[in-house]
Design a protein. Structure first.
Lengths: 257, 350
């Protein structure tokens, strides 16, 4: 199995988002970076499939040079090689992102042979556009399933499950090569080992510089939603607050008096 | 004429709530521009669900009639919508912000080579259109300009109110049901639902529970969730948690509340040892009330909670369950000493 996983670097915003003064970006000066949990699961799944069935895995990302960090994170848990589509820091919209990925996949397949499986996260953590994986699949004329939380690779086919509307599960069966976008819950990703980190640090990263273009919605600015502004009522400190809590439970009707 | 098509999902002959939200947005746009809202429905029960859309401002419902599309097949469903775009020349196609709404519309966008904006909360029609959409699952808003011949949009869930009074057949305006036979290609049917499993029955589902007791890093271990289970049990509720507790394997991922987990809307959410990261809050902010139990009075959860107890959850939660049991048994209050002794060994009292 030859597998390519596509991931996106995003700031690990904590308790609140702070914007830059011009309202164009999140102020990331004091933040770490990560990929979406969906994509962590995509990386883990690729590693597990190759461990079980042989073959090799690659990780691809589009982003500024610092995005190397997320590629090395993926290699630290077992991805074999990495490809960086390096930007000058400008945001690529989903149309441009998909076009750059498609071009790279075609070039990679021309030199390394075809990928059996392309894995994506269901939606990027930050922009949540819900479309890059689908655009790539359609451009390459490969079948795609999205929102996948369980994946079985058989000989030449995959069986994938996702949550059905209204509860329960629905199953898809696709021939390979195929594209799958996944959600957190697919697996429980491992933590990188120290030798894994060291190995990842020494690996070469293939680099390309795709041209920026714009076809999707053009961002004018970012803003924070209005806060509900409710003032918290402190019911007490420590276990002595229990009677006040139970009074509240009765008052709001979740506990019969 | 500025016609707008809306992809309407339905079950058992009734339109889904998120699709009704898309119809509300479409209706507000055609009210501003003149023009009509037309629905597109696919799959079993489509005609029946279409008839019910009159009260939601729809005059024509295109019912895609082809048995091969009876089972959900996003690429094939999108192909039918793409043909209807050719036939009806709409200014926009709108879908609800569900998994299927986003997926089908992304397929339409990809195969027709058009841009698409997901999770839109507001649109102003002009040249070009302006819109506001959610980023970070709603923790951040983006204002954008959207230039396209056909504007493909999905609507962020649970932002646009639906007029619940607009139900029932009484006085419902007439609606034209227009069967549509699409071209179906085999290769668009490759990705389709081939099997279904019913949901587990029995336990109170986290998504539906009226009370949810959530645990975060502060809970400290899988075993320590027992006290949260006990409290949830007494309140007829369910237990959930933050990503920290699912990543650590203390709880299954199906218990995770937040951006990459479940969105819940209980009457009460009790957040125990949870700091209130934005990715967690987007999953629980629809709760009617939030009670935080946290040792840190400055943690961000205090900014969204309605009520709080400052203290160690390992003492506070057992004290609450003890108090509930005491009142149920009609006993007098226990001395505080006894409550303190119920703290697990080795833990510093908060
Ligand atoms: C793209 C992305 C998606 C994400 N999706 C999700 C998601 O879906 N759901 C989610 O939850 N997170 C998600 N996260 C992670 C999120 O950013 C936080 O890391 C996570 O929510 C923190 O969990 P926590 O509050 O349990 O832990 P912490 O942030 O470590 O907070 C622990 C809290 O417990 C308190 N505490 C400690 N001990 C005690 C005690 N004995 N008694 C009382 N209080 C105590 C502390 O004061 C602190 O406030 C996501 C992150 C990213 C980047």
């Amino acid at each position: 199995m030859e597998i390519l996983v596509c991931v996106k670097r995003v700031p690990a915003t904590g308790g609140r988002i702070v914007l830059t003064p011009d309202g164009q970006e999140i102020d990331t000066r004091y933040l770490g970076f990560t990929v979406s949990p969906h994509e962590e699961c995509a990386v883990e799944e690729a590693v597990r499939i190759v461990e079980a069935q042989g073959g090799s895995s690659a990780v691809l990302t589009l982003g500024p040079v610092a995005t190397e960090e997320q590629l090395r994170d993926a290699m630290a848990v077992g991805i074999d090689r990495a490809i960086l589509l390096e930007t000058d820091g400008r945001e690529f919209d989903p149309v441009a992102t998909a076009a750059a990925i498609v071009e790279t996949i075609r070039a990679q397949e021309a030199t390394h042979g075809p990928f059996d499986l392309l894995l994506f996260g269901n939606e990027a953590a930050d922009t949540g556009d819900f479309q890059v994986g689908i655009r790539v699949a359609v451009a390459l004329d490969r079948p795609i399933v999205t929102g996948i939380k369980s994946l079985t690779v058989l000989d030449g086919t995959i069986v994938a499950r996702r949550e059905a509307p209204g509860g329960g599960w629905e199953t898809y069966e696709l021939p390979l090569p195929a594209v799958v976008s996944v959600k957190e819950g697919l697996n429980l990703p491992r933590y990188p080992s120290v030798p894994g980190r060291l190995r990842a640090k020494r690996k070469e990263i293939e680099r390309f510089a795709p041209a920026w273009s714009q076809a999707g919605p053009l961002k004018l600015g970012l803003r924070l939603p209005e806060e509900q502004g409710a003032q918290v009522e402190i019911l007490g400190r420590g276990p002595n607050a229990a009677p006040a809590v139970v009074d509240l439970l009765v008052r709001i009707g979740v506990l019969a008096s | 004429m500025s016609r707008i098509l809306v992809f309407v999902e339905h079950t058992a002959g009734e339109a889904e709530r998120l699709s009704l939200e898309a119809l509300v947005l479409a209706g507000s746009l055609t009210a501003a521009t003149g023009g009509a809202v037309e629905a597109i429905l696919v799959g079993p029960g489509a005609a029946e669900a279409g008839i019910g859309l009159g009260v939601h401002g729809v005059r024509t419902a295109h019912v895609v009639a082809d048995d091969r599309l009876g089972s959900y097949a996003p690429a094939a469903w999108a192909a039918a919508i793409a043909e209807l775009i050719e036939a009806r020349s709409p200014v926009a196609v709108i879908a609800g912000g569900s998994d299927r709404g986003n997926e089908v519309l992304a397929h339409v966008a990809a195969r027709t080579g058009r841009p698409m904006a997901a999770n839109v909360v507001d649109v102003s029609v002009g040249d070009p259109w302006r819109l506001t959409r959610q980023r970070w699952a709603g923790s951040l808003l983006e204002d954008a300009q959207f230039d396209a011949d056909v504007h493909l949009l999905t609507v962020a869930p649970h932002v646009i109110p639906v007029d619940e009074s607009a139900v029932g057949p009484v006085g419902a305006p007439a609606i034209a049901i227009s069967p549509y036979a699409p071209t179906v290609r085999d290769r668009d049917l490759v990705g389709r639902v081939t099997g279904r499993e019913a949901p587990d029955v029995g336990a109170i589902s986290l998504a539906e529970a009226k009370v949810v007791v959530g645990g975060g890093r502060g809970v400290g271990s899988a075993e320590a969730f027992a006290t949260l289970e006990e409290l949830a049990g007494l309140l007829g509720g369910a237990v959930g948690g933050s990503r920290v507790v699912t990543s650590a394997g203390w709880r299954p991922h199906s218990d995770q509340i937040g951006q990459t987990g479940l969105r819940i809307a209980p009457d009460l959410y009790v957040a125990c040892g949870i700091s209130g990261a934005i990715q967690h809050i987007v999953g629980c902010k629809a709760a009617k009330r939030i009670l935080a139990i946290n040792t840190d009075p400055d943690s961000p959860i205090m900014g969204v909670a309605d009520y709080a107890v400052i203290g160690d959850l390992h003492q506070v939660v057992p004290a609450i369950t003890a108090e509930i049991r005491r009142r149920a048994a009609g006993r007098p209050p226990r001395p505080t000493m006894e409550v303190t002794r119920s703290t697990p060994p080795g833990r510093e009292p908060g």
